[in-house]
Design a protein around this ligand. Structure first.
Ligand code: HEC
Ligand code: HEC
Length: 302
């Protein structure tokens, strides 16, 4: 059950004042009925997000992997948790995840409330039990959970050159970036999956990255076409946060564009929209320039 709140001024009625949504995002931020957004919860959630007591050896907080200076990700190929334990997947940027429809690369969590407890209990990330977190922080776990999810909802990115262009400022994008946008929506087919205000369809596709390896969405659905499929990531702030893909295997955006240009990594479950693109060097450069226009202002809290 989701309550679609019209933020200004309706959010004030729900007890939350002044959550400013950056330009370019949907003015509606979905907030679950059971966890209305309040300033108090957001502030508590922010404290917990930076609190190393949520980890076994008091060395890791959510922000260790989700660094606010890097659009809430880090710069490593895969996450590293307590005692240097190495995980299996790239840390996602967490911006505009309040608009998300499922969470994690394989979508195994349906809500942010469900999501935020998993890193705490993951032996390779924070390695705690929920009881231990409750006793260390003196908070009932439901309160910590609601607060963390509320804070994550307020982490927003918008106001990028791309947003300003869509709002009518023709000069917000350079000529090269405008060519990039035409390719993104046309010849290169990127917008088939990377669409809407957050440049994601929130669905799962097999592009062949890492194949054969991580089974991705298959682990959740046990459906063969989902083997090796991962959630389309939002491309907001993407140019600032290498490396890329669920396994961090692509070091630069140039490598990502070359990967798509060659038709992904062919395999039996490859998405039909992934095909050879025949992009010229000039067209690849234009796509790259466009991706750089997707970085704007990142804000958190209220
Ligand atoms: C050790 C590094 C690490 C720590 C600590 C960590 N995360 Fe993450 N986070 C990850 C990785 C890696 C993923 C993706 C895992 C996957 O898809 O299986 C992820 C996924 C997420 C997502 C889903 C994003 C999306 O787009 O689907 C959210 C939200 C999130 N983390 C929030 C948190 C919060 C809140 C905390 C603290 C309670 C936290 N993380 C602690 C590494 C970390
Ligand atoms: C069929 C759907 C689909 C199409 C078409 C598509 N993508 Fe993606 N994109 C994805 C998925 C799914 C991922 C994650 C793949 C993975 O990690 O296994 C992804 C990942 C990316 C990433 C890495 C983001 C990150 O945070 O690691 C970039 C950049 C990207 N795509 C850009 C593009 C561009 C540019 C195009 C057009 C040339 C394009 N995509 C076409 C679905 C698609």
């Amino acid at each position: 059950m989701r309550l679609w709140l019209l933020l200004l001024p309706t959010l004030a009625l729900a007890g939350a004042d002044q959550l400013v949504i950056p330009a370019g995002l949907d003015a509606y931020l979905p907030v679950p009925e059971q966890n209305p957004l309040t300033r108090e919860k957001v502030e508590l959630g922010k404290k917990l997000f930076f609190d190393v007591r949520l980890s076994r050896d008091n060395s890791v907080s959510c922000a260790t992997c989700h660094n606010p200076k890097l659009a809430f990700t880090d710069d490593r190929p895969v996450g590293v948790g307590v005692a240097g334990r190495v995980g299996g997947r790239r840390v996602p940027r967490i911006v505009n995840r309040g608009y998300g429809k499922s969470f994690f690369w394989d979508g195994r969590a349906a809500t942010l409330e469900e999501q935020v407890l998993q890193p705490i209990q993951n032996p390779k990330e924070m390695d705690m039990t929920l009881e231990e977190v409750a006793s260390r922080t003196g908070l009932p776990i439901e309160r910590a959970q609601q607060a963390l999810a509320s804070y994550v909802r307020t982490i927003l990115s918008g106001d990028s050159p791309y947003d300003r262009y869509l709002q009518g400022d023709r000069n917000a994008l350079t000529t090269e970036q405008r060519l990039g946008l035409r390719l993104f929506r046309g010849k290169a087919g990127c917008a088939v999956c990377h669409l809407g205000p957050n440049l994601t369809d929130e669905r799962f596709h097999n592009t062949g990255v890492g194949w054969p390896g991580d089974e991705g969405r298959y682990a959740v659905t046990k459906s063969e076409p989902d083997r090796g499929a991962f959630k389309t990531p939002s491309l907001r702030e993407v140019a600032r946060t290498p490396p890329y893909m669920h396994d961090g295997s692509r070091k630069t955006l140039e490598e990502v564009i070359d990967f798509y240009n060659q038709g992904g990594n062919p395999n039996p479950a490859l998405d039909p929209e992934i095909r050879k693109l025949q992009l010229s060097a000039e067209e690849k450069a234009a796509l790259l320039a466009l991706l750089k226009a997707l970085s704007g202002t990142v804000r958190d809290g209220m």
